[in-house]
Each structure stands twice: as structure tokens, then as C-alpha cells.
Design a protein around this ligand. Structure first.
Ligand code: COA
Length: 326
């Protein structure tokens, strides 16, 4: 049994923040942001939108695209670093809103690698025969955890959600060929939001110390991202006996254009095979790869049989790759 993506959907909030808007907020310039990150604008959720609201919109679009009814979904797997609340899971909130009764529903936390982790879990559930039809969702509102006075982080992130319906098939025509996921918790302090968990519950003191905001070691994270994304891309290729020339489309996590270019150069991937939309959305964490895939699919850029290599990296540190035959 192979896991096949049979429908995709995504949703980004309407509000746009441009580099010029950021120029008015912190000591930065459009030129610095463009050249150092590749970003031009990003979306930001409205005050009354939470992770589940974005997720529901994306999920409805994916279900419609797949022509699958809510009652046919056996499991909802939702990757997010920014859930509606500590518990219950955002997946449970989405389940009720979509009228999917009784299906298993849970969140997973792997930061920007959340999509690859979720796809890996989905693949295993389907291969084992346990479930046939799974709704995989990623949703992120990282802008809620940004210190808007910190120019090194506030320029980087955007909000959004993406979803796909994945179904088991006996055909070897297409589907997920392999997934590889990794982590190294000794680098946990590279990107983190420390406040709000059980180690540091929300208090006046934690807010005064700004512990509810993201902290990041940008430079160190950059270097690890290039190293690990390259390694896991090579791992995916060699595990399946493919060379880089077999790849039709490369969708890397959209964290920084310079990370994408460095990884692509090391791998030797031709520029026309790399999908980049970072200029429109910034870093949307676990959403970036499936959002890009949805754009590719809707844009009619994929042909049956195309080989897609997807590679992500994020807080944890976590990293991973997936190879999908379309
Ligand atoms: N505008 C203008 N200057 C800025 C700036 C901004 N928005 N942000 C930082 N700078 C300044 C710094 O203060 C520093 O100034 P100094 O030399 O006077 O101290 C200078 O630019 C260089 O800073 P540095 O951190 O070395 O820049 P960089 O080239 O590494 O770019 C990032 C910074 C954050 C864009 C880059 O490191 C990055 O993208 N890292 C990876 C982050 C990431 O992907 N995180 C999520 C992983 S999923």
C-alpha cells in the first residue's frame, strides 16, 4: 500500500505586511530584507483568527479538491508550533468544525519540519493498512510569537495553513516513495519560545522578560539549515537509488533564499527545478512546503510521473526529506 496525495488546499490571511511596512516599525530596509532573505511581503492573521481557523479553511479546500467527504476521513494529523491552546489539540477543534466524527485527531510538534514529520507518520499509517484516508494539515501563526521590536526575527515570518488528503493505493503509479526524519535536541536553544510551557508558565515576570517571544540564533541556524537540508536531500536520493537529475521539482522549506540557493548549489539542482515563493509569504514554518506544493498543483506545473523532492529544517533542531512521485 502506498500513500498518495489526492487533493491539496491552502489558505493565507488577507492582511499583507510588506518590507516597507517593516521599515516603519524597526531599523531595517526593504533592500536589506530582500537581499538577506529573499522576502518581499508576508501574510498576518487578524486578531480574531487562530491556528484552527486557518486550518479549517485550508482543509475544506483540500477535501473539495480531493472530492472526499468528511465522513471518509479516518485520521486528522495536524502539524503546528502555534496551536490554538495547550490542549485540547488543534486537530480536535478542526475535526468538530469539519463534522468529521470519531476519527483519530492529534497534533504533532516539529516546528518548520512539521510537514515532513506529519507526512512520514501518515505514510506509515497507510502502509501498515491501519487507515486508508488521512487529512494532513499544517497551520502556523508564528507572527503571534514575534517581538515586533526585534529586527532580526520580526521580518522573517508569516502566517498560513495548508492541507492535503492522502489515501492508500495499491497502484505503484504515484505516491510517497520515502520519508526521512531526524532531530538533535542539543541545539534546542537555536530557535525557541520558552514562555507558556510547564517550565516557564505565563506570569507577569515571564511577560516582562519577553519569554513569550521567539528567540533565535540566526547565524548558527542558517549554517545548520544548509548542512542538514543538504544531507537529508542526499539521503532521500541515495536511499532510492536516484540521482539529482531524476528530480523534476525541488521544494525546499522557505526560510531564507540564501539557504535555498546554498542547498541547491551543493546538490547541483538546476535553478528551473527549484520552487520558490518566499517573496510572497516569508517563512510560514510547517506550512511552507505544502503551500508551495498546492501552488504548483493549482498552477498546472506538475505532470503525472514527476519526481518531487521536499526538504525541511526547523526548531528542535529537526530536519527531514520526502520523495513523492506525482
Ligand atoms: N535589517 C537590517 N539589519 C539587520 C536586520 C534587519 N532586519 N537584522 C539583522 N541586522 C543586522 C544585524 O544587527 C547585524 O548588524 P551588526 O553587523 O552591526 O551587528 C547584521 O545585520 C548582520 O547580522 P547577521 O545576523 O549576521 O545577518 P545574517 O546575514 O545572518 O542574516 C538572518 C540574518 C536572520 C536573516 C539569517 O541569519 C537567517 O535567515 N538565519 C536563519 C533563520 C531561519 O531560517 N530560522 C528559521 C529556521 S526554520
Amino acid at each position: 500500500m502506498r500513500a498518495k496525495i489526492i487533493g491539496t488546499g491552502s489558505y493565507v490571511p488577507e492582511k499583507v505586511i510588506t518590507n516597507y511596512d517593516l521599515e516603519k516599525m524597526v531599523d531595517t530596509t526593504d533592500e536589506w530584507i530582500r537581499t538577506r532573505t529573499g522576502m518581499v511581503e508576508r501574510r498576518i492573521a487578524s486578531n480574531n483568527e487562530a491556528a484552527s481557523d486557518l486550518a479549517i479553511m485550508a482543509a475544506k479546500r483540500a477535501l473539495k479538491d480531493a472530492d472526499v467527504k468528511a465522513k471518509d476521513i479516518e485520521m486528522i494529523l495536524l502539524a503546528t508550533a502555534t496551536p490554538d491552546m495547550l490542549f485540547p489539540s488543534t486537530a480536535c477543534i478542526v475535526q468538530t468544525a469539519l463534522g468529521i466524527k470519531g476519527a483519530a485527531a492529534f497534533d504533532i510538534s516539529a516546528a518548520c519540519t512539521g510537514f515532513i514529520y506529519a507526512l512520514s507518520i501518515t505514510e506509515e499509517y497507510i502502509k501498515s493498512g491501519k487507515y486508508k484516508t488521512i487529512l494532513l494539515i499544517t497551520t502556523e501563526l508564528l507572527t503571534r510569537y514575534i517581538d515586533w521590536t526585534d529586527r532580526s526575527t520580526c521580518i522573517l515570518f508569516g502566517d498560513g495553513a495548508s492541507a492535503m488528503v492522502i489515501q492508500g493505493t495499491n497502484s505503484r503509479d504515484g505516491g510517497v516513495i520515502s520519508t526521512h526524519i531526524h532531530a538533535d535536541g542539543s541545539y534546542a536553544d537555536f530557535i525557541s519560545v520558552q514562555g507558556g510551557g510547564s517550565r516557564c508558565v505565563v506570569s507577569h515576570e515571564s511577560v516582562d522578560k519577553k519569554l513569550h517571544f521567539m528567540k533565535m540564533k540566526g547565524n548558527e541556524t542558517f549554517k545548520m539549515a544548509v548542512k542538514m537540508m543538504t544531507a537529508t536531500a542526499r539521503e532521500a536520493l541515495s536511499y532510492n537509488g536516484f540521482s539529482v537529475d531524476d528530480i523534476n521539482l525541488f521544494i525546499p522549506h522557505q526560510a531564507n533564499i540564501r539557504i535555498i540557493n546554498a542547498v541547491s548549489k551543493k546538490l547541483g539542482i538546476a535553478p528551473e527545478k527549484i520552487y520558490i515563493n518566499i517573496e510572497k509569504y516569508g517563512n510560514t514554518s510547517a506550512v511552507s512546503i505544502p503551500l508551495a506544493l498546492d501552488e504548483v498543483v493549482k498552477g498546472g506545473r506538475l505532470s503525472k510521473g514527476d519526481l518531487i523532492l521536499m526538504v525541511a529544517f526547523g526548531g528542535g533542531l529537526t530536519w527531514g526529506s520526502a520523495l513523492v512521485r506525482w
